[in-house]
Design a binder for this molecule. Structure first.
Ligand SMILES: N=C(N)NCCC[C@H](NC(=O)[C@@H]1CCC/C1=C\[C@H](COP(=O)(O)O)NC(=O)[C@@H](N)Cc1ccccc1)C(N)=O
Length: 171
């Protein structure tokens, strides 16, 4: 089987299996070393058909779909993004910026329309859409806030190691 702790998951955005370790939060495309191929083949066959059916429905057991708007700052775990190679704003400045976006959303703008030009996450090109995800995939603060939302609802400002986010639950 897979070395202890590793799971095969399905990436909806790439429609490909990837390997995820819920305890370390590590995710990778290639199977972890010393995975024996027989069990892996069987595992993949079962998982892949399941994943395929999940993928068609998009909605595996207990999965939700969200979009988000991320503003990074100089203390972000990766203070760089497609829109800014070297992000130097402070966390306080990032929060002020996000409050401005929050006002615009409350006045009727869609989160996705702002995310497409302003989000520091690569999902910006998909209006912030993250696809479906289940428990154990996102950073804890993000997961807790996202799973507390009803479809359509927008979160308050959520802080993770990536930066500060607004999250909208889609499905
Ligand atoms: N669908 C999944 N399972 N993909 C793995 C998510 C990994 C997870 N990510 C997070 O928790 C935060 C919240 C949402 C985005 C995100 C972080 C970063 C940006 O922050 P940075 O890593 O530079 O610090 N964006 C991503 O990961 C993107 N691949 C999200 C995405 C982009 C395009 C299409 C789909 C998903 C984590 N455990 O770190």
């Amino acid at each position: 089987g897979l070395p202890s702790g590793w799971e095969v998951r399905h990436s909806n955005s790439k429609n490909l299996p990837y390997y995820f370790n819920p305890s370390t939060k590590e995710s990778r495309w290639e199977p972890p070393a010393d995975t024996d191929t027989e069990t892996l083949k069987e595992y993949m066959a079962t998982h892949h058909s399941m994943a395929h059916s999940n993928d068609v429905a998009g909605q595996g057991e207990g999965k939700i779909r969200c979009a988000h708007l991320l503003v990074k700052h100089r203390d972000s775990r990766r203070p760089s993004s497609w829109r800014e190679a070297d992000i130097t704003r402070s966390k306080e400045e990032a929060i002020e910026i996000l409050k401005g976006y929050e006002q615009r959303i409350q006045s009727g703008e869609s989160l996705g329309d702002i995310a497409v030009s302003e989000s520091d996450c690569s999902s910006a090109r998909k209006k912030g859409d993250l696809g479906f995800f289940g428990h154990g995939e996102m950073q804890k603060e993000f997961e807790d806030a996202a799973f507390a939302l009803k479809p359509g609802q927008v979160s308050g400002i959520v802080e993770t190691a990536s930066g500060v986010h607004l999250i909208q639950r889609v499905l």
